[in-house]
Structure formats: C-alpha cells, structure tokens
Design a protein around this ligand. Structure first.
Ligand code: ADP
Length: 620
C-alpha cells in the first residue's frame, strides 16, 4: 500500500507531465493518467491512425500558403522542378513555425531528387534529419526517421555512400528507445525498414518503447473502457479512495490501482493509476512482506492461485488440509493466502494419539463397568433362580408330605370307625398306611439330611461292612414297591466284594433315592437292573432303568439342589429335587464317584465307582 501511495502521488504525476524521462521511472509499474473524459494524458497520446494530412493547412498564413501552393503546382503538375525549388525557397522565408520550414525544405529536397540533382537533395535531407528531427511531415512521421531512409535510398541510386551505416544503427536504436512518439503501426513499419537496411536481427529483446507501446495499446483497448464502465455515468467520484481491479491480458496478469490525483494547476480532475504486473509483484514485492508477516506471527504463508500451479512442484502437496485460506478483501489478487501452522500436523497427530488413549481408557472403563453390571445381574438372577427353586421345593415337599399323610389319616380313620371290616380290607388299609409312612419317613430323612449338610453337620459313621449285603437288603425292602408297580428286577450282585468302610445308612439312602427315581421316571418299560461287581480297579454299583431318560443339556444339573428336569409334566409333581443332591454328597463323602449316562426315551444308568484297597493285606 505504501508503494501504491508513492506511485499514485500528485508529485510523481506532475514530474511525468513536465516531461521527466520515462526511463527514470521505468515501465513497471506502468503509470497512466486520464482526464475527466477518460482520455489518456500520460503516456502521451499516440494515435494509431493518423489522418493522411497530419498538418492543418488552415493555420498557415496566406503568403506562405500561396508560395507553397505554387511550388506544389510546379513540382507535381508541371514537373518544373527548378521553379518548384525557387517557390519552396520563398515559402521557407515566410514560414512561421518549424513545421512550415520543414515542409518547405522537404519540398526542395524532393524536387532536387526528381531533377536528379543529388548533392542538393542530399544536403536538404541532411538538414531535415539534423534540424527537424522531431518535426512531422504530412504523413505524421518525424523527419528524424524518414530523412535517413531517403538518404539511404539516394545512396543506392547513385552508388555513393551518402549515409553512414553507424548513424542508421543509431537511428534504429533511437526508434526502439521511443525517441519519437509514433503509433505502433508506424513503429513496426520503421523498425523493420531499418532492420532490413542494417541487417539487424528483428528478434532482439523487446525495447522499453515497445513495452510502452503495448502498454498504451492495453490502456486504450482494455483498461480505459473497464475504468469507464466501473465509474458509470457519474464520472469521477470526487474521492481520494484508491480503487483496484484485476485484469488478465495477453497471458500476463495485472493488478490496477487508480485514484483521483489532485494536480495543481490542472483545471480539470485527473485520474492517475498504476498497472502492476503480478509476476513482478510476486517476485519482488510480496516475498519480503510475507517474510515480515511470518516473523511476526510464527506462521508460514504461501500465495496460492486457483489450481495451485504457481507453486513449485511438491510444495502444493505439502499444504496441510488444516491450513487457513485467506482471500484478499481489499486487493483483487487472484490468489488466496494460505497460512500454515508449522508443526501443526505433528500437533494434530499428538492430539489424535491423546484422544485415542483417552478413548481407549474410557472404553476400558465402560467394559469394566459393563462387566460389573453383568456379574451383578448374574448374581441377582442366580439368587432369583435359587429363590424360585426354593419356592418350588416348598411347594413340592408340602405336596409330598400331604399325600401320604391324608392317605394314612383316611385309612386310619376307616380302620378305627369300621370295626367289622372284612380281614382283606383291613389288611390292605394297614399296608397302605405302612407304605405311605415309609414314603413319609424317606422324605423326612432326605430333608433332615439335607439340612444337616447345609449346616455342615452331616456326619458319616464309617464302619467295616459288606456292600453286597447292604445292597441286597435294601433292594429286598424296596422289592415290594417295584413288584406292585409291575417292574421286572434284574439283579447281579457279586457276593465276593471286599469288606469296606462305609456308612450303612448313607448307602441305604443312596440306593433308596436311586430306586425311587427309577419308579418315578419309568413309564412303558418297567425294568430295573442292580449290579454290584468288582473290577480290577474299583467296585461298581450300577442302577439302570429303561425309563424316560434325561435330556443331555439337563444332565449337568440333576445333582444340583432342588433341581428337577422341566417338562416331565407327568412325573414332576412328585419329588423335592433333593434326592440326587444327597446321593452325590454321600458318595463324595466316601470318596466315591457317581456318574450318569442317559438317553431320553431309552433310560438312565447311574454308576458309582467305589475304590477298594488292592493290596490284600490292606483289606479289612
Ligand atoms: P426328585 O425328588 O425330583 O426325584 P432328584 O434329585 O432325585 O429329585 O432328581 C432330580 C431330577 O433328575 C428329577 O426330577 C428327574 O427329573 C431326574 N431324574 C433322576 N433320576 C432319574 C431317572 N432314573 N430317570 C429319569 N430322570 C431322572
């Protein structure tokens, strides 16, 4: 902005208008000044199409005009060249301006040339060249340019060297430097004329004047119409505000800054402006600015155009996603300014790692909490399950106790009240009372045993005894029930079983529970097998039936307390779910193992493995 203000100062424009050389300012930034009607004031107007007669004859005084007319008539109509020269001579004496003089001298030169009086023609042209260099002829071309060409032409006609090669080269250079303000078509024409004479390579570097000409063309064709359009009908804005616009032209990109310039002495408002070439701005103005900004903010700045093509290859990929893109609000640059936080990527990845760690911790905490909740719920549901089982147990046991009790009471009352009952009925009543009492006592035994076990008070009275004898006795006392229910008993009791230490009541309890289950859980095939035999390792006590069997998924639970297989609707009413629990407990208390094999619909086999001392001396 500072630079912009410097260029757009009234002082600078005054200097330019006073005619200080272009070179002192340079052509970039290109400076221009417009008047209120949007006409170019600076660089000096060079009209591209000059009128054929650039000289206004109406301003001539009548006598000069008279002699010039006469001279031209002698020269062109009569071809009387010596008269023509004489009339031009007289006109020269009457000339009021340098241009009038030059026109007269040119007439003399031309007439002498036509008359083949070469030395005179040469001297006139030389005079035009040296004294009237900036004066223009009727075609609008300065004599400084056209006279040497004439001299060169005379040289080729006469074969004499009229014009020095060096001075032609010097003229060529002057044309290129913009010594004469000529239109670009005239410029191109003369440049190529001279180049062909002096055998110069036309492709030489663009000269300052050529740039000015192009700049001029750009101003006329593009910039002035654009400014005019922006200013609308209101003309200038009477404000000192700087206005800016972006303009691409001929493959280059330009930034235009312009504002009103209060020029002292100018009666009309003027608008001055500069044209910055963005390449130059990019190369020389922006980098130091960015460097200062980088130093002050600690950020890295990059100027990026739309497709990032202005960046060196590789740099474009290095712009992190997270960089800040700023567009220029005041200056219409076709770029965005990208601010990058150095080390941002690392910072970001650090933050990500931290977030990940926190996330992981939170996840672990949640998993732990869920696990806690799961354990709690499992315990609650176990508790609920066991509560449920206990309730069921109370229900079942009450039922179990009630049935035999009511039967005993019914038959007891009958026997008491009906004294003269037939013997047969009396006996049957007593048998029922007996049987139901047994059931009751078995039930109560089980419950008492269980509560003893639960309280840790169950004790086993281990005494040396004969397994075969106890097994046979227990089977015998139960045989009546089996027979009554229509069972076939297959017994295979090896009498030659070693004497072992065991609790007789406990073994009886085990057998009674297994037998009563056989009766309870058999339907069509009423068969019961009891086997007691000695193998080399253990004594096996096996109770097998061909009853309803136990589903495989229920098998692991049947020894649990209160557990009863669900779905045995015909069978489940009777029982407490304690029998097998007691069996297992008693077996394990002896160091025996109990196993069950069962197939639904085919039957179950309970096998007790009873270890015995192999060494005969240890036998009791
Ligand atoms: P319950 O008092 O119900 O007989 P147990 O502990 O003796 O209680 O048995 C548990 C469950 O095991 C029984 O409810 C029954 O479903 C199943 N069960 C036990 N023995 C047999 C068997 N021999 N055949 C089929 N199911 C059996």
């Amino acid at each position: 902005m500072e630079l912009e203000n410097k260029w757009l100062s009234a002082e600078l424009f005054s200097k330019l208008l006073r005619g200080d050389s272009m070179e002192a300012i340079g052509t970039d930034p290109g400076i221009f000044l417009l008047d209120q009607d949007f006409r170019l004031v600076y660089p000096a107007a060079v009209k591209d199409s000059m009128p054929l007669l650039a000289v206004d004859r109406r301003s001539w005084n009548s006598r000069y005009s008279l002699y010039m007319d006469r001279a031209e008539t002698e020269e062109f109509a009569r071809n009387n060249y010596s008269y023509a020269v004489r009339n031009y001579q007289t006109a020269l004496g009457l000339a009021a301006t340098k241009q009038q003089e030059a026109l007269a001298i040119e007439g003399m030169a031309r007439s002498c040339l036509a008359d083949q009086r070469y030395p005179q023609a040469i001297s006139y042209y030389q005079r035009l060249w040296s004294e009237y260099s900036q004066t223009v002829n009727l075609g609008g071309h300065p004599y400084g340019i056209s006279a040497p060409l004439q001299l060169y032409a005379i040289g080729t006609l006469t074969g004499e060297k009229v014009c020095k090669h060096d001075s032609l080269i010097a003229t060529y250079e002057l044309i290129r430097q913009g010594h004469w303000l000529i239109s670009s078509s005239a410029y191109n024409f003369f440049k190529s004329e001279y180049a062909s004479i002096i055998k110069m390579d036309l492709e030489s570097q663009e000269s300052g004047f050529e740039r000015t000409l192009k700049f001029h063309q750009f101003l006329i064709d593009q910039l002035i119409p654009a400014i005019q359009e922006r200013s609308g009908f209101s003309g200038f804005h009477n404000s000192t505000e700087t206005r800016r616009m972006y303009m691409p032209a001929n493959g280059d990109q330009y930034l235009i800054s312009y504002k009103e310039i209060p020029l002292t002495g100018a009666d009309r408002q003027q608008m001055g402006g500069i044209r910055w070439n963005l390449d130059t701005v990019m190369a020389s103005i922006i980098p130091p600015l960015l460097a200062t900004a980088e130093e002050e903010t600690g950020l890295e700045f990059l100027l990026v155009n739309g497709n990032r093509s202005n960046l060196p290859a590789g740099d474009a990929d290095q712009i992190p996603e997270t960089s800040l893109h700023l567009t220029f609000s005041k200056v219409p640059f076709p770029w965005t300014l990208v601010a990058i936080q150095p080390g941002y990527e690392k910072l970001e990845s650090d933050v990500k790692t931290q977030l990940f760690i926190y996330g992981l911790l939170i996840a672990i905490i949640i998993v732990l909490m869920l696990f806690g909740v799961f354990v709690l719920l499992r315990d609650i549901s176990r508790e609920a399950d066991s509560m449920h089982l206990q309730t069921e147990f109370v229900h079942n046991v009450s039922h179990e106790l009630k049935t035999p009790l009511s039967l005993i009471r019914l038959y007891g009352e009958t026997l008491l009240l009906k004294e003269h009952l037939p013997e047969k009925d009396r006996k049957e009543g007593l048998q029922i009372i007996n049987k139901e009492s047994e059931r009751l006592s078995q039930m109560i035994n089980n419950i008492l045993d269980f509560s003893k076990i639960e309280m840790g008070r169950k004790e086993f009275d281990l005494k040396a005894g004969n397994l075969a004898e106890v097994t046979r006795d227990t089977l015998d006392s139960y045989r009546y029930h089996f027979v009554k229910k229509g069972f076939t008993i297959e017994e295979d009791i090896d009498p030659d079983i070693p004497i072992l230490l065991f609790d007789r009541d406990a073994l009886e309890g085990i057998l009674v529970n297994l037998f009563s289950n056989v009766i309870k859980f058999s339907d069509k095939h009423k068969r019961m097998g009891v086997t007691l035999k000695k193998t080399p390792e253990v004594v096996l006590l096996v109770v097998a039936d061909q009853g309803i069997g136990i589903p495989p998924d229920e098998l692991p639970h049947i020894f649990d307390r209160f557990y009863r297989v669900k779905g045995n609707s015909d069978f489940e009413a009777r029982g407490s779910g304690l029998g097998l629990t007691l069996v297992k407990h008693a077996a394990e208390a002896h160091g025996w193992q109990i196993e069950v094999q069962s197939t639904p619909g085919k039957g179950s086999t309970f096998t007790m493995r009873i270890p015995y001392p192999i060494n005969s001396e240890e036998q009791l």
